[in-house]
Design a protein around this ligand. Structure first.
Ligand code: F6R
Length: 361
């Protein structure tokens, strides 16, 4: 069942180029995005995205996309807060619920709260027969295939791909993306599985870095823009399977508190493709290095050229459009967590105290 892999998590990480290609193929046909017609974003006032855990980080990433690509006002919340806060929801809005299992109790309760308040209840799910899928007006499958490892990996990147396609389609409908631009975006997206394969060949290097990180007590992940939610996801992945304390921060928040934690024992993973925000993140990274923090810079060749001096380790990924970086950079984050856990000898697929599907609140 593990197809020769030591753990389901390793298999599911490795499957990502294939399942992502399937998901993209499912939603893109003839240079167009193929989504149900009722998904009309053209005059929508707002979008509300709700989920738990890793799925909530996919939602946070999508907020950057919906705002920048579609100019759409987008709120993101974790389901356990959303459901009890009883937030006002404009009628002319969609609520999108993202869940791998489709059975997460808080997410389902949040969905039921939103019903009758918004124009459409949309879900982005892996299990198409799940409660969340059944109770939605529109259920969009992510097509990741069965995910067994408790730590979500391929479901996360497929959630991101589907949410990105929604944001692109919203941008098209709202007149912000013309046909030529859409074709460019879709072409770039189609190249992503290949870039993922290239990234997976870096696994031995990532494993060596992870083995060194496994010695640490605390690890920080930093990212800016759409890489900020990925910093949160990287920290979650590391803590849940290796039991190393990890936190994700927006790079710009560093000097507002967490910099106090930095010393020579603290690895700081910096997720920084060479994008428009790169210089800002690098200056935060230099503040870490000035305090002897051990920086692991994850970037592309240009970023490595400019900023690898003084880092503890630099990991170079293929270059790609900034929009797609959160999806590709998820892979080294997952592999770091996986190999740190393997180095520590923890139960990777069944970490203590965790369940695959959280059906009680
Ligand atoms: C982390 C993880 C959890 C889930 C969360 C939501 O690796 O797997 O944080 O993402 O419990 O689960 P779903 O997506 O099934 O609603």
């Amino acid at each position: 069942e593990k197809a020769g892999y030591k753990h389901f998590m390793a298999k599911e990480i490795a499957e990502q180029p294939i399942v992502l290609a399937d998901a993209i193929k499912h939603y893109c046909r003839g240079g167009k995005i193929n989504l149900p017609e009722e998904l009309d974003f053209a005059t929508l006032d707002r979008l509300t995205l709700v989920a738990c855990g890793t799925a909530s980080y996919a939602c946070m990433t999508a907020k950057y996309w919906f705002e920048s690509l579609a100019g759409l006002n987008c709120e993101v919340d974790i389901a356990s807060e959303f459901r009890y806060r009883e937030p006002p929801l404009p009628q002319n809005s969609f609520a999108i619920f993202v869940s791998q299992s489709g059975e997460t109790a808080d997410t389902l309760a949040a969905l039921r709260y939103a019903r009758d308040k918004v124009a459409k209840i949309v879900s982005v799910v892996n299990v198409a027969t799940s409660s969340i899928a059944r109770e939605s007006d529109i259920a969009l499958p992510i097509l990741a295939g069965v995910e067994v490892g408790v730590a979500s990996t391929k479901a996360f990147t497929c959630q991101l791909a589907v949410l990105l396609l929604l944001a692109l389609e919203a941008g098209r409908q709202r007149g912000r993306i013309d046909d030529a631009a859409l074709a460019e975006h879709l072409k770039a997206l189609a190249s992503l599985p290949g870039l993922m394969n290239q990234t997976l060949t870096r696994e031995p290097t990532i494993a060596a870095t992870a083995a060194a990180i496994a010695e640490a007590q605390d690890v920080l992940f930093l990212g800016r823009g759409a890489m900020f939610p990925l910093a949160l996801e990287g920290a979650l992945k590391l803590k849940e399977i290796s039991y190393i304390h990890a936190e994700g921060y927006a790079s710009g928040e560093l000097k507002h508190g967490p910099i106090a934690l930095i010393d020579k024992a603290v690895p700081v993973i910096v997720l920084a493709p060479r994008d428009a925000l790169f210089d800002k993140t690098v200056s935060n990274m230099q503040e870490v290095m000035a305090r002897h923090g051990k920086v692991v810079l994850i970037t592309d060749a240009k970023g490595a050229d400019e900023a690898s001096y003084g880092t503890w380790k630099t990991l170079t990924l293929p270059e790609l459009p900034a929009l797609l970086a959160p999806i590709l950079y998820a892979l080294p984050a997952q592999l770091l967590a996986y190999h740190a856990a393997v180095a520590k000898g923890t139960d990777v697929d069944q970490p203590r105290n965790l369940a695959k599907s959280v059906t009680v609140e």
